[in-house]
Design a protein around this ligand. Sequence first.
Ligand code: NAP
Ligand code: MG
Length: 500
Amino acid sequence: MNPALPSPGAAAQAFLARAHGHFIGGRWVAPLAGERFDVFDPGTGLKISTAAAGDAQDIDAAVAAARAAFTGPWAKFTAAERGKVLWKLADLVERHAQELIELEILDNGLPLPVAQYVVHHVVPDFFRYYAGWPTKIEGATIPAAPQGRRPGEVLSFTLREPLGVVGAITPWNAPLPMLMVKLAPALAAGCTLVLKPAELTPLTALRMAELCAEAGVPDGVVNVVTGLGETAGAALAAHPRVDKIAFTGSTEVGRLIVKAAVGNLKKVSLELGGKSPVIVFADAALEQVIPGAARACFFLQGQNCMAGTRLYVHEKVHDQVVAGVANIARSMQMGHGLDPASQFGPLISTEQRERVRGFVEAGRREGGELVCGGGVPSRPGYFFEPTVFARMRPDMTPVKSEIFGPVLCVQAFGDQDLERVAAEANDTIYGLSGSVWTRDIGLAMQMVRRIDSGQVSVNMHAALDPAMPFGGNKQSGWGREFGKEGLDSYLKTKGVSVAW
Ligand code: NAP
Ligand code: MG
Protein backbone atom coordinates (compact mmCIF):
# COMPACT_ATOMS: atom_id res chain seq x y z
CA MET A 1 0.00 0.00 0.00
CA ASN A 2 0.97 3.61 -0.48
CA PRO A 3 1.62 5.07 3.01
CA ALA A 4 0.19 8.47 1.97
CA LEU A 5 -3.28 6.93 1.53
CA PRO A 6 -5.89 5.94 4.09
CA SER A 7 -5.32 2.22 4.49
CA PRO A 8 -8.11 -0.25 3.83
CA GLY A 9 -9.62 -2.04 6.82
CA ALA A 10 -8.47 -5.38 8.19
CA ALA A 11 -11.09 -7.38 6.24
CA ALA A 12 -10.03 -5.98 2.86
CA GLN A 13 -6.35 -6.37 3.72
CA ALA A 14 -6.84 -10.01 4.73
CA PHE A 15 -8.75 -10.65 1.51
CA LEU A 16 -6.03 -9.07 -0.65
CA ALA A 17 -3.35 -11.18 1.07
CA ARG A 18 -5.04 -14.47 0.12
CA ALA A 19 -3.77 -16.66 -2.73
CA HIS A 20 -7.08 -16.57 -4.60
CA GLY A 21 -8.24 -19.65 -6.42
CA HIS A 22 -11.36 -20.24 -8.47
CA PHE A 23 -14.64 -20.73 -6.63
CA ILE A 24 -16.05 -23.99 -8.01
CA GLY A 25 -18.67 -26.28 -6.48
CA GLY A 26 -18.76 -24.24 -3.27
CA ARG A 27 -15.05 -24.26 -2.48
CA TRP A 28 -11.81 -22.60 -3.42
CA VAL A 29 -9.74 -24.59 -5.88
CA ALA A 30 -6.30 -23.91 -7.30
CA PRO A 31 -6.05 -23.31 -11.07
CA LEU A 32 -5.40 -26.68 -12.72
CA ALA A 33 -2.49 -25.39 -14.80
CA GLY A 34 -1.07 -23.59 -11.75
CA GLU A 35 -0.87 -20.18 -13.48
CA ARG A 36 -1.57 -16.88 -11.71
CA PHE A 37 -1.68 -13.21 -12.68
CA ASP A 38 -1.11 -9.99 -10.76
CA VAL A 39 -3.85 -7.57 -9.74
CA PHE A 40 -3.01 -3.85 -9.66
CA ASP A 41 -4.43 -0.76 -7.99
CA PRO A 42 -4.98 1.72 -10.84
CA GLY A 43 -4.78 4.61 -8.36
CA THR A 44 -1.14 3.83 -7.53
CA GLY A 45 -0.02 1.37 -10.20
CA LEU A 46 1.08 -0.97 -7.39
CA LYS A 47 0.42 -4.70 -7.26
CA ILE A 48 -2.19 -5.48 -4.60
CA SER A 49 -2.98 -9.16 -5.05
CA THR A 50 -2.84 -12.10 -7.44
CA ALA A 51 -5.57 -14.23 -8.99
CA ALA A 52 -5.81 -17.62 -10.63
CA ALA A 53 -5.39 -17.69 -14.40
CA GLY A 54 -8.13 -20.09 -15.43
CA ASP A 55 -8.16 -21.98 -18.71
CA ALA A 56 -10.44 -24.43 -20.50
CA GLN A 57 -9.92 -27.17 -17.88
CA ASP A 58 -11.02 -24.89 -15.04
CA ILE A 59 -14.03 -23.79 -17.09
CA ASP A 60 -14.90 -27.46 -17.68
CA ALA A 61 -14.84 -28.13 -13.94
CA ALA A 62 -16.97 -25.06 -13.20
CA VAL A 63 -19.53 -25.90 -15.91
CA ALA A 64 -19.78 -29.48 -14.56
CA ALA A 65 -20.43 -28.11 -11.06
CA ALA A 66 -23.04 -25.67 -12.39
CA ARG A 67 -24.76 -28.45 -14.39
CA ALA A 68 -24.93 -30.76 -11.38
CA ALA A 69 -26.32 -28.00 -9.16
CA PHE A 70 -28.89 -27.00 -11.77
CA THR A 71 -30.64 -30.36 -11.78
CA GLY A 72 -29.65 -31.12 -8.18
CA PRO A 73 -30.11 -29.00 -5.06
CA TRP A 74 -31.05 -25.73 -6.78
CA ALA A 75 -33.98 -27.35 -8.61
CA LYS A 76 -35.42 -28.33 -5.20
CA PHE A 77 -35.55 -24.75 -3.93
CA THR A 78 -39.02 -23.26 -3.88
CA ALA A 79 -39.54 -19.86 -5.48
CA ALA A 80 -39.90 -18.33 -2.02
CA GLU A 81 -36.60 -19.89 -0.96
CA ARG A 82 -34.79 -18.42 -3.98
CA GLY A 83 -36.26 -15.03 -3.10
CA LYS A 84 -35.04 -15.38 0.46
CA VAL A 85 -31.52 -16.16 -0.69
CA LEU A 86 -31.46 -13.03 -2.86
CA TRP A 87 -32.74 -10.91 0.03
CA LYS A 88 -30.09 -12.38 2.32
CA LEU A 89 -27.42 -11.58 -0.27
CA ALA A 90 -28.52 -7.93 -0.17
CA ASP A 91 -28.22 -8.01 3.64
CA LEU A 92 -24.74 -9.51 3.39
CA VAL A 93 -23.60 -6.87 0.91
CA GLU A 94 -24.70 -4.25 3.44
CA ARG A 95 -23.04 -6.08 6.32
CA HIS A 96 -19.73 -6.31 4.42
CA ALA A 97 -20.13 -2.93 2.74
CA GLN A 98 -16.90 -1.37 3.96
CA GLU A 99 -14.81 -4.30 2.73
CA LEU A 100 -16.57 -4.39 -0.66
CA ILE A 101 -16.19 -0.62 -1.07
CA GLU A 102 -12.47 -0.83 -0.39
CA LEU A 103 -11.92 -3.83 -2.65
CA GLU A 104 -13.86 -2.24 -5.50
CA ILE A 105 -11.89 1.00 -5.17
CA LEU A 106 -8.54 -0.77 -5.05
CA ASP A 107 -9.43 -2.94 -8.02
CA ASN A 108 -11.10 -0.42 -10.29
CA GLY A 109 -10.11 3.05 -9.03
CA LEU A 110 -13.56 4.58 -8.59
CA PRO A 111 -13.89 7.48 -6.12
CA LEU A 112 -15.15 6.75 -2.58
CA PRO A 113 -18.58 8.46 -2.84
CA VAL A 114 -19.34 6.49 -6.01
CA ALA A 115 -18.21 3.21 -4.44
CA GLN A 116 -20.31 3.98 -1.36
CA TYR A 117 -23.36 4.71 -3.45
CA VAL A 118 -22.87 1.48 -5.41
CA VAL A 119 -22.41 -0.77 -2.39
CA HIS A 120 -24.92 0.87 -0.04
CA HIS A 121 -27.68 1.44 -2.59
CA VAL A 122 -27.28 0.15 -6.14
CA VAL A 123 -26.32 -3.45 -5.32
CA PRO A 124 -28.67 -4.17 -2.38
CA ASP A 125 -31.59 -2.48 -4.15
CA PHE A 126 -30.97 -4.60 -7.21
CA PHE A 127 -30.84 -7.88 -5.29
CA ARG A 128 -33.98 -6.95 -3.36
CA TYR A 129 -35.81 -6.05 -6.58
CA TYR A 130 -35.06 -9.51 -7.99
CA ALA A 131 -35.79 -11.16 -4.61
CA GLY A 132 -39.42 -10.29 -5.32
CA TRP A 133 -39.52 -12.01 -8.70
CA PRO A 134 -39.20 -15.79 -8.14
CA THR A 135 -42.66 -15.99 -6.57
CA LYS A 136 -44.15 -14.12 -9.56
CA ILE A 137 -42.79 -16.23 -12.41
CA GLU A 138 -46.00 -17.45 -14.00
CA GLY A 139 -47.06 -19.14 -17.18
CA ALA A 140 -50.53 -18.82 -18.72
CA THR A 141 -53.50 -21.01 -19.50
CA ILE A 142 -54.22 -20.99 -23.22
CA PRO A 143 -57.66 -21.54 -24.81
CA ALA A 144 -56.17 -24.02 -27.30
CA ALA A 145 -58.03 -26.81 -29.11
CA PRO A 146 -55.25 -28.99 -30.54
CA GLN A 147 -56.11 -31.97 -32.79
CA GLY A 148 -59.84 -31.32 -32.74
CA ARG A 149 -60.18 -31.53 -28.97
CA ARG A 150 -63.25 -29.76 -27.55
CA PRO A 151 -63.27 -27.52 -24.48
CA GLY A 152 -63.15 -29.72 -21.39
CA GLU A 153 -61.10 -32.38 -23.21
CA VAL A 154 -57.73 -30.68 -23.06
CA LEU A 155 -55.89 -28.18 -20.90
CA SER A 156 -53.12 -26.13 -22.50
CA PHE A 157 -50.77 -24.01 -20.45
CA THR A 158 -47.22 -22.67 -20.43
CA LEU A 159 -44.43 -23.33 -17.96
CA ARG A 160 -41.69 -20.78 -17.44
CA GLU A 161 -38.49 -22.69 -16.76
CA PRO A 162 -34.93 -21.59 -16.02
CA LEU A 163 -32.65 -21.58 -19.08
CA GLY A 164 -30.01 -23.69 -17.38
CA VAL A 165 -26.28 -23.02 -16.98
CA VAL A 166 -25.32 -19.41 -17.67
CA GLY A 167 -21.84 -18.19 -18.50
CA ALA A 168 -21.55 -14.57 -17.36
CA ILE A 169 -18.64 -12.57 -18.77
CA THR A 170 -18.20 -9.06 -17.38
CA PRO A 171 -16.01 -5.97 -17.96
CA TRP A 172 -13.77 -4.01 -15.58
CA ASN A 173 -15.47 -0.61 -15.63
CA ALA A 174 -17.98 -1.33 -12.84
CA PRO A 175 -17.10 -4.82 -11.60
CA LEU A 176 -19.65 -5.29 -8.83
CA PRO A 177 -22.68 -3.78 -10.63
CA MET A 178 -21.84 -5.73 -13.80
CA LEU A 179 -21.78 -8.95 -11.81
CA MET A 180 -24.98 -8.11 -9.92
CA VAL A 181 -26.86 -7.41 -13.17
CA LYS A 182 -26.34 -11.03 -14.25
CA LEU A 183 -26.28 -12.83 -10.91
CA ALA A 184 -29.57 -11.52 -9.50
CA PRO A 185 -31.95 -12.35 -12.39
CA ALA A 186 -30.18 -15.65 -13.12
CA LEU A 187 -30.66 -16.78 -9.50
CA ALA A 188 -34.22 -15.46 -9.44
CA ALA A 189 -35.00 -17.55 -12.53
CA GLY A 190 -33.40 -20.68 -11.06
CA CYS A 191 -30.34 -20.80 -13.32
CA THR A 192 -26.82 -21.64 -12.20
CA LEU A 193 -23.77 -19.64 -13.26
CA VAL A 194 -20.13 -19.64 -14.15
CA LEU A 195 -18.85 -16.07 -13.84
CA LYS A 196 -15.73 -14.86 -15.62
CA PRO A 197 -14.94 -11.37 -14.32
CA ALA A 198 -12.56 -9.04 -16.18
CA GLU A 199 -8.96 -9.95 -15.66
CA LEU A 200 -8.22 -6.37 -14.54
CA THR A 201 -10.86 -6.47 -11.75
CA PRO A 202 -11.46 -9.97 -10.35
CA LEU A 203 -11.65 -9.15 -6.64
CA THR A 204 -15.24 -8.33 -5.75
CA ALA A 205 -16.55 -11.22 -7.87
CA LEU A 206 -14.49 -13.60 -5.74
CA ARG A 207 -15.75 -12.04 -2.52
CA MET A 208 -19.35 -12.18 -3.78
CA ALA A 209 -19.00 -15.91 -4.49
CA GLU A 210 -18.34 -16.44 -0.79
CA LEU A 211 -21.23 -14.20 0.19
CA CYS A 212 -23.53 -16.23 -2.08
CA ALA A 213 -22.53 -19.37 -0.17
CA GLU A 214 -23.14 -17.55 3.12
CA ALA A 215 -26.57 -16.46 1.86
CA GLY A 216 -27.52 -20.12 1.39
CA VAL A 217 -26.88 -20.58 -2.33
CA PRO A 218 -26.11 -24.32 -2.71
CA ASP A 219 -22.67 -25.46 -3.82
CA GLY A 220 -22.16 -25.23 -7.57
CA VAL A 221 -24.91 -22.68 -8.22
CA VAL A 222 -22.47 -19.75 -8.37
CA ASN A 223 -18.97 -20.49 -9.65
CA VAL A 224 -16.26 -17.95 -10.39
CA VAL A 225 -13.34 -18.64 -12.70
CA THR A 226 -10.87 -15.79 -13.02
CA GLY A 227 -8.55 -15.43 -15.98
CA LEU A 228 -8.03 -13.97 -19.40
CA GLY A 229 -10.76 -13.38 -21.92
CA GLU A 230 -9.04 -15.17 -24.74
CA THR A 231 -8.56 -18.35 -22.66
CA ALA A 232 -11.13 -18.68 -19.84
CA GLY A 233 -13.69 -16.37 -21.48
CA ALA A 234 -13.41 -18.00 -24.89
CA ALA A 235 -13.69 -21.51 -23.38
CA LEU A 236 -16.86 -20.48 -21.54
CA ALA A 237 -18.42 -18.84 -24.61
CA ALA A 238 -17.75 -21.95 -26.72
CA HIS A 239 -18.67 -24.52 -24.08
CA PRO A 240 -21.17 -27.11 -25.37
CA ARG A 241 -22.82 -27.56 -21.94
CA VAL A 242 -23.49 -23.86 -21.34
CA ASP A 243 -27.04 -22.78 -22.23
CA LYS A 244 -26.58 -19.02 -22.33
CA ILE A 245 -23.84 -16.43 -22.35
CA ALA A 246 -24.68 -13.14 -20.69
CA PHE A 247 -21.95 -10.80 -21.88
CA THR A 248 -21.11 -7.20 -21.10
CA GLY A 249 -18.11 -5.67 -22.80
CA SER A 250 -16.90 -4.25 -26.07
CA THR A 251 -18.73 -4.60 -29.37
CA GLU A 252 -15.59 -6.20 -30.80
CA VAL A 253 -15.54 -9.02 -28.22
CA GLY A 254 -19.34 -9.26 -28.46
CA ARG A 255 -18.88 -10.41 -32.06
CA LEU A 256 -16.41 -13.09 -30.89
CA ILE A 257 -18.96 -14.29 -28.32
CA VAL A 258 -21.60 -14.69 -31.01
CA LYS A 259 -19.21 -16.72 -33.17
CA ALA A 260 -18.17 -18.90 -30.22
CA ALA A 261 -21.81 -19.54 -29.30
CA VAL A 262 -22.63 -20.98 -32.72
CA GLY A 263 -21.40 -24.50 -31.84
CA ASN A 264 -24.33 -25.41 -29.59
CA LEU A 265 -26.46 -22.38 -30.56
CA LYS A 266 -26.57 -21.24 -26.96
CA LYS A 267 -28.62 -18.15 -26.17
CA VAL A 268 -26.63 -14.92 -26.09
CA SER A 269 -27.37 -11.57 -24.50
CA LEU A 270 -24.99 -8.70 -25.23
CA GLU A 271 -24.51 -5.36 -23.48
CA LEU A 272 -21.92 -3.59 -25.61
CA GLY A 273 -20.38 -0.23 -26.31
CA GLY A 274 -21.95 3.19 -26.67
CA LYS A 275 -21.36 6.73 -27.89
CA SER A 276 -24.33 8.46 -26.39
CA PRO A 277 -25.61 11.92 -27.37
CA VAL A 278 -26.57 14.66 -24.92
CA ILE A 279 -28.76 17.24 -26.68
CA VAL A 280 -29.24 20.65 -25.06
CA PHE A 281 -31.88 23.06 -26.34
CA ALA A 282 -31.72 26.81 -25.74
CA ASP A 283 -34.55 26.84 -23.19
CA ALA A 284 -33.02 24.17 -20.93
CA ALA A 285 -32.28 24.94 -17.27
CA LEU A 286 -28.55 25.55 -17.59
CA GLU A 287 -27.94 25.25 -13.86
CA GLN A 288 -28.97 21.61 -14.30
CA VAL A 289 -27.55 21.09 -17.77
CA ILE A 290 -23.98 22.06 -16.91
CA PRO A 291 -23.39 19.68 -13.97
CA GLY A 292 -25.57 17.08 -15.73
CA ALA A 293 -23.51 17.15 -18.93
CA ALA A 294 -20.24 17.02 -16.96
CA ARG A 295 -21.46 14.04 -14.99
CA ALA A 296 -22.84 12.32 -18.11
CA CYS A 297 -19.35 12.27 -19.60
CA PHE A 298 -16.99 12.15 -16.62
CA PHE A 299 -18.76 9.66 -14.34
CA LEU A 300 -16.40 6.69 -13.84
CA GLN A 301 -13.79 8.77 -15.69
CA GLY A 302 -15.79 8.25 -18.87
CA GLN A 303 -15.27 4.48 -18.58
CA ASN A 304 -18.97 4.00 -18.77
CA CYS A 305 -20.96 2.42 -21.58
CA MET A 306 -23.72 5.03 -21.20
CA ALA A 307 -21.30 7.98 -21.11
CA GLY A 308 -22.71 11.07 -22.80
CA THR A 309 -19.62 11.81 -24.85
CA ARG A 310 -21.21 13.71 -27.74
CA LEU A 311 -22.69 16.98 -26.51
CA TYR A 312 -24.92 18.86 -28.99
CA VAL A 313 -25.70 22.37 -27.75
CA HIS A 314 -27.97 25.01 -29.25
CA GLU A 315 -25.79 27.87 -30.49
CA LYS A 316 -27.55 30.41 -28.20
CA VAL A 317 -26.26 28.66 -25.07
CA HIS A 318 -23.23 26.90 -26.55
CA ASP A 319 -20.48 29.12 -25.11
CA GLN A 320 -22.06 29.22 -21.67
CA VAL A 321 -22.46 25.43 -21.52
CA VAL A 322 -18.94 24.76 -22.78
CA ALA A 323 -17.45 27.21 -20.27
CA GLY A 324 -19.49 25.72 -17.43
CA VAL A 325 -18.62 22.11 -18.21
CA ALA A 326 -14.94 23.00 -18.68
CA ASN A 327 -14.95 24.76 -15.29
CA ILE A 328 -16.26 21.62 -13.64
CA ALA A 329 -13.68 19.51 -15.50
CA ARG A 330 -10.85 21.76 -14.30
CA SER A 331 -12.07 21.88 -10.72
CA MET A 332 -12.75 18.18 -10.09
CA GLN A 333 -10.38 16.94 -7.42
CA MET A 334 -8.33 14.13 -8.92
CA GLY A 335 -7.16 11.46 -6.53
CA HIS A 336 -7.05 7.93 -5.25
CA GLY A 337 -10.49 6.51 -4.57
CA LEU A 338 -9.73 5.86 -0.91
CA ASP A 339 -9.04 9.57 -0.40
CA PRO A 340 -12.44 10.98 0.62
CA ALA A 341 -11.66 14.30 -1.10
CA SER A 342 -11.22 12.67 -4.49
CA GLN A 343 -13.93 13.26 -7.10
CA PHE A 344 -12.18 11.89 -10.16
CA GLY A 345 -10.24 8.65 -10.23
CA PRO A 346 -7.70 6.99 -12.51
CA LEU A 347 -8.28 5.08 -15.71
CA ILE A 348 -8.05 1.32 -15.42
CA SER A 349 -4.59 0.73 -16.91
CA THR A 350 -1.67 2.31 -18.73
CA GLU A 351 -2.94 0.69 -21.96
CA GLN A 352 -6.31 2.36 -21.52
CA ARG A 353 -4.63 5.68 -20.81
CA GLU A 354 -2.52 5.40 -23.96
CA ARG A 355 -5.64 4.59 -25.95
CA VAL A 356 -7.41 7.69 -24.60
CA ARG A 357 -4.34 9.83 -25.24
CA GLY A 358 -4.30 8.58 -28.84
CA PHE A 359 -7.89 9.75 -29.37
CA VAL A 360 -7.09 13.16 -27.90
CA GLU A 361 -4.08 13.49 -30.22
CA ALA A 362 -6.31 12.58 -33.17
CA GLY A 363 -8.84 15.24 -32.11
CA ARG A 364 -6.10 17.88 -32.00
CA ARG A 365 -4.65 16.84 -35.36
CA GLU A 366 -8.06 16.93 -36.99
CA GLY A 367 -8.66 20.51 -35.83
CA GLY A 368 -10.76 20.16 -32.66
CA GLU A 369 -10.57 23.08 -30.21
CA LEU A 370 -9.13 21.71 -26.96
CA VAL A 371 -10.90 23.71 -24.23
CA CYS A 372 -9.39 21.91 -21.25
CA GLY A 373 -7.56 18.77 -20.19
CA GLY A 374 -5.95 16.39 -22.63
CA GLY A 375 -2.91 15.69 -20.49
CA VAL A 376 -1.48 13.09 -18.15
CA PRO A 377 -0.84 14.57 -14.70
CA SER A 378 2.47 13.80 -13.06
CA ARG A 379 1.39 11.54 -10.24
CA PRO A 380 1.41 7.80 -9.66
CA GLY A 381 -1.49 5.79 -11.03
CA TYR A 382 -3.15 5.85 -14.43
CA PHE A 383 -4.75 9.30 -14.29
CA PHE A 384 -5.84 11.34 -17.31
CA GLU A 385 -7.30 14.84 -17.20
CA PRO A 386 -11.00 15.32 -17.96
CA THR A 387 -11.00 16.74 -21.46
CA VAL A 388 -13.38 18.98 -23.41
CA PHE A 389 -13.17 19.51 -27.18
CA ALA A 390 -15.38 22.19 -28.78
CA ARG A 391 -16.14 22.98 -32.43
CA MET A 392 -16.04 19.32 -33.36
CA ARG A 393 -17.32 17.90 -36.65
CA PRO A 394 -19.21 14.63 -37.11
CA ASP A 395 -16.38 13.05 -39.11
CA MET A 396 -13.68 13.53 -36.47
CA THR A 397 -12.17 10.43 -34.88
CA PRO A 398 -13.05 11.26 -31.23
CA VAL A 399 -16.67 11.98 -32.25
CA LYS A 400 -17.04 8.67 -34.04
CA SER A 401 -15.23 6.26 -31.70
CA GLU A 402 -16.10 4.90 -28.29
CA ILE A 403 -13.11 6.26 -26.35
CA PHE A 404 -14.07 4.87 -22.93
CA GLY A 405 -12.30 7.76 -21.26
CA PRO A 406 -13.08 11.30 -20.05
CA VAL A 407 -13.25 13.03 -23.42
CA LEU A 408 -16.25 15.21 -24.27
CA CYS A 409 -16.86 16.34 -27.87
CA VAL A 410 -19.11 19.39 -28.23
CA GLN A 411 -20.93 20.45 -31.40
CA ALA A 412 -23.30 23.41 -31.86
CA PHE A 413 -26.63 23.43 -33.67
CA GLY A 414 -29.12 26.15 -34.66
CA ASP A 415 -32.90 26.65 -34.73
CA GLN A 416 -33.47 25.03 -38.12
CA ASP A 417 -31.39 21.99 -37.28
CA LEU A 418 -33.75 19.73 -35.34
CA GLU A 419 -33.72 17.05 -38.02
CA ARG A 420 -29.98 17.41 -38.49
CA VAL A 421 -29.20 17.09 -34.81
CA ALA A 422 -31.38 13.99 -34.54
CA ALA A 423 -29.72 12.49 -37.61
CA GLU A 424 -26.26 13.25 -36.25
CA ALA A 425 -27.14 11.85 -32.84
CA ASN A 426 -28.10 8.62 -34.62
CA ASP A 427 -25.10 8.63 -36.94
CA THR A 428 -23.22 5.98 -34.98
CA ILE A 429 -23.04 2.19 -34.92
CA TYR A 430 -24.15 2.39 -31.27
CA GLY A 431 -27.54 3.00 -29.65
CA LEU A 432 -27.30 2.57 -25.90
CA SER A 433 -28.26 5.79 -24.11
CA GLY A 434 -28.94 9.45 -24.77
CA SER A 435 -30.49 12.52 -23.22
CA VAL A 436 -32.48 15.58 -24.19
CA TRP A 437 -32.48 18.76 -22.13
CA THR A 438 -35.35 21.21 -22.56
CA ARG A 439 -38.37 22.59 -20.68
CA ASP A 440 -40.54 22.05 -23.77
CA ILE A 441 -42.18 18.69 -23.22
CA GLY A 442 -43.40 18.49 -26.84
CA LEU A 443 -39.90 19.02 -28.17
CA ALA A 444 -38.52 16.51 -25.68
CA MET A 445 -41.00 13.85 -26.79
CA GLN A 446 -40.23 14.48 -30.47
CA MET A 447 -36.58 13.87 -29.74
CA VAL A 448 -37.28 10.81 -27.59
CA ARG A 449 -39.06 9.29 -30.60
CA ARG A 450 -36.21 10.14 -32.97
CA ILE A 451 -33.25 8.90 -30.93
CA ASP A 452 -32.45 5.31 -31.83
CA SER A 453 -31.20 3.92 -28.54
CA GLY A 454 -32.30 1.58 -25.78
CA GLN A 455 -32.51 4.37 -23.23
CA VAL A 456 -33.37 8.07 -23.51
CA SER A 457 -33.65 10.39 -20.52
CA VAL A 458 -35.06 13.91 -20.40
CA ASN A 459 -33.34 16.53 -18.21
CA MET A 460 -31.16 13.78 -16.77
CA HIS A 461 -28.70 11.31 -18.29
CA ALA A 462 -28.38 7.54 -17.85
CA ALA A 463 -31.37 7.13 -15.53
CA LEU A 464 -30.99 3.56 -14.23
CA ASP A 465 -33.34 1.68 -11.95
CA PRO A 466 -33.60 -2.06 -11.22
CA ALA A 467 -37.14 -2.06 -12.65
CA MET A 468 -36.31 -0.21 -15.90
CA PRO A 469 -35.23 -2.35 -18.88
CA PHE A 470 -31.76 -1.40 -20.06
CA GLY A 471 -29.88 -2.41 -23.18
CA GLY A 472 -28.69 -1.39 -26.58
CA ASN A 473 -30.06 -0.93 -30.09
CA LYS A 474 -27.90 -1.44 -33.18
CA GLN A 475 -24.38 -2.60 -32.30
CA SER A 476 -24.82 -1.74 -28.61
CA GLY A 477 -26.26 -5.13 -27.95
CA TRP A 478 -28.85 -7.86 -28.01
CA GLY A 479 -31.64 -8.05 -25.46
CA ARG A 480 -32.38 -6.13 -22.29
CA GLU A 481 -31.22 -6.44 -18.72
CA PHE A 482 -32.91 -5.00 -15.59
CA GLY A 483 -36.60 -5.26 -14.83
CA LYS A 484 -38.91 -8.03 -15.94
CA GLU A 485 -37.27 -8.24 -19.36
CA GLY A 486 -33.99 -8.92 -17.60
CA LEU A 487 -35.61 -11.83 -15.77
CA ASP A 488 -37.26 -13.16 -18.95
CA SER A 489 -33.86 -13.50 -20.60
CA TYR A 490 -33.02 -16.28 -18.09
CA LEU A 491 -36.28 -18.18 -18.66
CA LYS A 492 -37.68 -20.37 -21.42
CA THR A 493 -41.30 -21.18 -22.15
CA LYS A 494 -42.67 -24.70 -22.45
CA GLY A 495 -46.09 -25.19 -24.05
CA VAL A 496 -47.95 -28.07 -22.41
CA SER A 497 -51.22 -29.68 -23.56
CA VAL A 498 -52.88 -32.37 -21.47
CA ALA A 499 -55.67 -34.46 -22.95
CA TRP A 500 -57.79 -36.93 -21.03
P1 NAP B 1 -13.92 -6.39 -23.30
O1 NAP B 1 -12.51 -6.25 -23.65
O2 NAP B 1 -14.89 -6.70 -24.36
O3 NAP B 1 -13.98 -7.48 -22.15
C1 NAP B 1 -15.18 -7.85 -21.51
C2 NAP B 1 -15.02 -9.23 -20.95
O4 NAP B 1 -14.85 -10.17 -22.01
C3 NAP B 1 -13.79 -9.41 -20.05
O5 NAP B 1 -14.10 -10.29 -19.01
C4 NAP B 1 -12.80 -10.01 -21.01
O6 NAP B 1 -11.73 -10.69 -20.39
C5 NAP B 1 -13.68 -10.94 -21.80
N1 NAP B 1 -13.13 -11.36 -23.09
C6 NAP B 1 -12.16 -10.78 -23.84
N2 NAP B 1 -11.93 -11.49 -24.95
C7 NAP B 1 -12.78 -12.55 -24.92
C8 NAP B 1 -13.03 -13.65 -25.80
N3 NAP B 1 -12.37 -13.80 -26.93
N4 NAP B 1 -13.97 -14.55 -25.44
C9 NAP B 1 -14.66 -14.40 -24.30
N5 NAP B 1 -14.46 -13.39 -23.43
C10 NAP B 1 -13.54 -12.47 -23.74
O7 NAP B 1 -14.48 -5.09 -22.61
P2 NAP B 1 -13.77 -4.24 -21.47
O8 NAP B 1 -12.61 -3.55 -22.06
O9 NAP B 1 -13.57 -5.09 -20.26
O10 NAP B 1 -14.93 -3.21 -21.11
C11 NAP B 1 -15.16 -2.07 -21.86
C12 NAP B 1 -16.29 -2.25 -22.86
O11 NAP B 1 -17.45 -2.73 -22.21
C13 NAP B 1 -16.71 -0.97 -23.51
O12 NAP B 1 -16.90 -1.16 -24.89
C14 NAP B 1 -18.05 -0.65 -22.86
O13 NAP B 1 -18.90 0.17 -23.60
C15 NAP B 1 -18.60 -1.99 -22.61
N6 NAP B 1 -19.60 -1.95 -21.55
C16 NAP B 1 -20.91 -2.08 -21.87
C17 NAP B 1 -21.89 -2.02 -20.90
C18 NAP B 1 -23.36 -2.15 -21.24
O14 NAP B 1 -24.15 -2.39 -20.33
N7 NAP B 1 -23.76 -2.02 -22.48
C19 NAP B 1 -21.52 -1.84 -19.57
C20 NAP B 1 -20.18 -1.70 -19.27
C21 NAP B 1 -19.22 -1.77 -20.28
P3 NAP B 1 -10.36 -9.86 -20.09
O15 NAP B 1 -10.67 -9.02 -18.96
O16 NAP B 1 -9.33 -10.86 -19.80
O17 NAP B 1 -10.05 -9.11 -21.35
MG1 MG C 1 -7.23 -3.80 -10.85
